[in-house]
Write a protein that binds this ligand. Sequence first.
Ligand SMILES: [Zn+2]
Ligand SMILES: [Zn+2]
Length: 405
Amino acid sequence: MKMLMLLLSVVLLLSLTSCDFLETLAQKQAETTVSDNGTTAPPNGETTAPSDGEVTSSTPSVDKPEDCEGHDFGEWIELEAPSCVADGVKKHICRNCEYEERRVISGENKHTYSTNNKCILCEREIIASAGLVYKEVDDGYEVSGYDGNLPTEVVIAPYYNGKPVVGIGSMAFVLCRTPLISIEIPSGVTSIGDMAFYGCESLTNVIIGDGVMNIDNYAFAGCTSLTSITIPNGMMGIGEGVFSGCTSLTDIKISDSVTSIGKGVFSSCANLTSIIVDAGNTVYHSAGNCLIETESKILLFGCKSSIIPNDGSVTRIGEFAFYGFNILTDIVIPDSVTRIDDSAISWSSLTSVYYGGTAEDWSKISIGDVTYKLFGTDYIYYYTEIEPTEDGNYWHYVDGVPTKW
Ligand SMILES: [Zn+2]
Ligand SMILES: [Zn+2]
């Protein structure tokens, strides 16, 4: 199994860069039956299903030319839809050489429930936790709260009273009185309301169904036990401060479908070290563990392991981008930055700002409220490659590490 996974990784790596090796490898691979490739990412934008448990199986197209400058795959086309009893299949084709790559879409958890919450294909049944309170809405029901003591592991079923459960209402589980540890949200739920799980300090595990399109403001704020969360493919909007104060959160992966992210979404997530945006996202990208709005060049969010890219892709540090990290002592700001927004960088332990330009360049930067007050110019160090002759705050790199002269 390990060998297969290794082979798959190699195939995927090569498919990004070269067509030459690929044909041979793809032929080899086509002879092999594979059942699981873990978490290997696809070489191009993933649009139809989560990558977990997916498998590649490549077959060279009939008319493949001798060489290809590098595959440029088109959109995935679903050939067979996955279900809980059979995996699906999709393909994408190289625009240059017509090389065709096929991928199995895992059918895991792709159940089709009828109104009695039983899967019509495999008979799996979901029994909703007792104590949930429902409110009728336009297209079904939303879970609006709970009554009495909930179990620590809460299950929301796809249907209630014969109608689909389509949402989790505002403040439904706010400051949960019971120690809610895990919750499973069915795929029919399309939205999670404002502050729905605000302050649920025991909440560790959230399975967000792949139908959720929007998570509203502060929905998971203050969930201090939450360590990781997967934003499903298809989700479009993440509201303001949704994960703020989630102090156990270490990594976040944002799918390519997300086109709207509110401010301060990860404020005060003191242990966040990894921010990754899927390569297919056209609005946002990640670099150096920074979340960047690509076109506007605004750094929306950073974490304690962020390195702000100095290739010109960031010109502005957005509101609350580095807010509430009391464990950070320094930051490097490249000279491409011309604007630092209100409260963009504010933490009490900050002692050094390493700026990539001169004092004159720094004075031209527009700096918002709060940020400015906490900075104080004593903290700012200006870049110079050659040892300065006059007094003042200067820095340079020594073996890649910002160092004061
Ligand atoms: Zn090609
Ligand atoms: Zn099923």
